[in-house]
Design a protein around this ligand. Structure first.
Ligand SMILES: C[S@@+](CC[C@H](N)C(=O)[O-])C[C@H]1O[C@@H](n2cnc3c(N)ncnc32)[C@H](O)[C@@H]1O
Length: 259
């Protein structure tokens, strides 16, 4: 049976990694959170797609007129609403919505953000105001490649075309202009095997939702012999190295008749 992505995220009900002991070195200078801060002012209306339990909005998005966070998982949205109460922040709402069946108003938002989630650029284009921006951060095919290569499976492992390129082309096809695709290179160092394992059990790095899952459950079975082999060949004095490859995309819906 295939692991259903909806059940997988609904079962997790949060997207926090605070309990994992790791550090990171960011080798490139395109920072998603900074791009968002540059574009939000007090009158902005912002939509965050695939928001999970709202962790990123509540921590990184500045106060503004309106922020809507959506996710297709009811359990994530329940946790997001609880996190919202605990945060005491205003002008933020969370609700269930499928990114592929968006029901937000046309020409409404100044900014749409999507971090590590599926997008439909045509629907995003419709919901943005003319002059509005789209900011995407995604996980690319070569993310954690040595690990995925060792296990011969994982997120995007079998993709013929990198997802970054597919998103980029679809965003241009949808009518966006000033579209930029930027690679993001990060080195992560996990303090101990338990920390790396905790990551792999939560983030779907070694998971491919389109593949058959022999064990028919939501938890991934990790081959510990292979994991030890990876760890032995990636030990550094900063911790166990995991090489991340993300991508950022910025794009604009132009106002008609020039700007
Ligand atoms: C990897 S998490 C990223 C969460 C958050 N954006 C972040 O960066 O921390 C992916 C999120 O996208 C949501 N998701 C996946 N497919 C979706 C879809 N078709 N519609 C709406 N949400 C979706 C999942 O439920 C999950 O909460």
């Amino acid at each position: 049976m295939k692991i259903n992505e909806y059940d997988y995220y609904n079962n997790l009900a949060n997207w926090s990694f605070d309990y994992i002991n790791y550090t990171e070195e960011i080798l490139t200078n395109w920072i998603y959170e900074e791009k968002i801060k540059e574009l939000i002012n007090e009158s902005s209306k912002v939509l965050d797609l695939g928001t999970a339990a709202g962790e990123k909005i509540l921590k990184n998005f500045p106060d503004c007129a309106e922020i809507l966070g959506t996710d297709f998982s009811e359990e994530m949205i329940k946790s997001a609403n609880q996190n919202l109460i605990n945060s005491g922040r205003k002008n933020i709402t969370f609700r269930v919505m499928d990114n592929l069946k968006m029901n937000t108003p046309n020409n409404y938002f100044d900014l749409v953000t999507a971090r590590h989630t599926i997008i439909d650029p045509v629907q995003i284009y419709k919901t943005l105001k003319p002059g509005g921006h789209l900011i995407v951060r995604g996980v690319d095919k070569l993310d954690c490649w040595e690990l995925k290569y060792m296990f011969k499976k994982g997120q995007c492992y079998k993709d013929l075309k990198p997802i970054s390129q597919i998103d980029y082309e679809n965003i241009i096809d949808a009518g966006f202009k000033n579209v930029e695709l930027i690679p993001i290179h990060i080195r992560e160092y996990y303090k101990a095997k338990e920390d790396l394992l905790a990551l792999l059990l939560k983030a779907p790095i070694l998971m491919d939702f389109s593949e058959e899952n022999e064990n028919n459950n939501l938890k991934l079975d990790i081959d510990m012999t292979l994991l030890d082999k990876y760890i032995n060949s990636h030990k550094t004095n900063k911790g166990i190295l995991l090489i991340r490859r993300y991508y950022g995309i910025t794009a604009k819906k132009m106002v008609e008749y020039g700007e």
